[in-house]
Design a binder for this molecule. Structure first.
Ligand code: ARG
Length: 455
């Protein structure tokens, strides 16, 4: 492709270090799509004759068929997907194939292919995130009134409902989707026509190729066009945040399914047994969702480091951009599928969650709030009195709703039996009616609103 001034061939190691075909062949459809648009534009602008363009178009379509039917031989000696396709085009249609590369460089070509790939990946991820939200919403609806312990510091804090807990993740994945959507819009401009770095002297029509490829407009600066990889970095950073969300949910499933917690049971579908301990059921899928978060975040770090300090415009370092994105995309898709399956599959042990919600004096805040509301005590004093009452209950080895009125009155004489209206977990949860709170009425509203917003 550049024979002119080179006397000897490259060192042997060059074939291995320089070639990207092993992974960038994934971009064949984007590469051919971009070439078809470029070719149509060259003809439209009178840079190619209609006849030349027709021959090139036919040849490119044939190559696509060859690749898709497994009849294309990818050659490492031809470095990358762009040169593999161009070289095959020359075999098929002869010298005229060389005219396709007029007013174009592999630099804008690869920037285009990769952008098209990421744009498509974003659409696929959005569908999967939506499916995960749909599964969470279905389970949240099912358990909108099921009470479980709510935690802070992983210590029993206040009772919540399982539906409320699951809905927190619907919100997180909703923000992931919003980030996907916003990147989709921001990245939707075409680098094609930036050529090697400076643009071209041919009278090309960049708006035409942008439109043909579904972009809003061409990128405004040719140097930026060939050297920008923000879209890949943003893709990886959204993937990383989303993986962290998935990992937190996975971690909860791992804790909840452990024997001491026993909040939920995972079926055979997403667990494995132990070869030595017959009683065990290991939450492998959840652990791998958690584990792959490291790998996805690693891909983000890899590309950030690759891009750091690269002068404008294109540098061969940038060939290292694809594998982290391909891998993170594949892993992200995998963990989304696994998590969606687990959400549909898990069985909450509703009775046990409910029983544990009442332990650890989880309604102590409700008692303190009652003292504030009914006796007009300052919250700090109420907090103090409640702590004393909790200690009394602990001494008597009973829960707050079972503590005698006399015991409470020994701490605060003005307490009346009306206090028993706020001490059970049902009463506690039902009272949390502030917007976004865990009261079943609010949770049901939140589910309805989320369905309208996301599904
Ligand atoms: N394989 C290259 C890449 O992935 C394509 C662009 C090569 N451009 C160049 N000037 N050598 O980045």
């Amino acid at each position: 492709m550049w024979g002119g001034q080179f006397a000897s061939g490259p060192a042997e190691i060059m074939a291995t270090i320089n070639a990207s075909i092993a992974f960038d062949k994934k971009l064949y459809a984007q590469d051919i799509g971009g070439s078809l648009a470029h070719c149509a534009m060259l003809a439209h602008c009178g840079i190619l004759t209609r006849k030349e363009a027709a021959a090139i178009t036919q040849g490119l379509k044939k190559i696509k068929q060859e690749i898709e039917s497994g009849h294309f031989t990818f050659k490492e000696s031809l470095e990358d997907i762009h040169m593999n396709i161009e070289s095959r085009l020359a075999e098929l249609i002869g010298d005229v194939a060389g005219k396709l590369h007029t007013a174009r460089s592999r630099n804008d070509q690869v920037a285009l292919d990769f952008r098209l790939f990421v744009r498509d990946a974003l659409e696929k991820i959005d569908v999967q995130l939506q499916a995960l939200q749909a599964s969470l919403l279905a389970r949240a609806e099912q358990y909108a009134v099921s009470i479980m312990p709510g935690f802070t510091h992983l210590q029993t804090a206040q009772p919540v409902t399982l539906g409320h807990h699951l809905m927190a993740y619907v919100e997180m994945f909703g923000r992931d989707r919003a980030r996907v959507q916003s990147l989709r819009e921001r990245m939707n401009e075409s680098p094609l026509g930036s050529a090697a770095l400076a643009g071209t002297s041919f009278p090309i029509d960049r708006v035409m190729t942008a439109k043909l490829l579904g972009f809003a407009h061409p990128m405004a600066n040719s140097l930026d066009g060939v050297s920008d990889r923000d879209f890949a970095l943003e893709f990886l950073s959204i993937a990383s945040i989303s993986a962290v969300h998935l990992s937190r949910l996975a971690e909860e499933f791992i804790i909840w399914s452990s024997a001491p917690f026993n909040f939920i049971t995972l079926s055979d579908l997403y667990t494995s047994g132990s070869s030595i301990m017959p009683q065990k059921r290991n939450p492998d899928a959840a652990e791998l969702v958690r584990g792959k978060t490291g790998r996805i975040n690693g891909s983000l770090m890899a590309l950030l480091m690759t891009m750091k300090g690269l002068p404008l415009a294109y540098n061969k370092d940038m060939q290292e951009d694809k594998e982290p994105v391909f891998d993170a995309f594949a892993q992200w898709q995998m963990v989304l599928s696994a998590m969606t399956g687990m959400i549909q599959d898990f069985t909450p042990n509703v009775k046990r969650m409910h029983a544990l919600a009442a332990e650890g004096y989880s309604t102590a805040t409700d008692l303190a709030d009652w003292l504030v509301r009914t006796l007009k005590m300052p919250f700090r004093n109420a907090h103090h009195a409640t702590a004393k009452i909790v200690k009394k209950a602990a001494d008597k080895k009973c829960l707050l709703p079972d503590l005698a009125l006399a015991d409470m009155q020994s701490v605060e004489p003005r307490i009346t039996k009306a206090v028993y209206g706020v001490l059970t977990v049902e009463q506690s949860v039902a009272s949390r009616t502030s917007f976004g709170g865990t009261a079943p009425v609010r949770v049901k509203e939140a589910i309805k609103a989320a369905k309208a917003k996301y599904l």
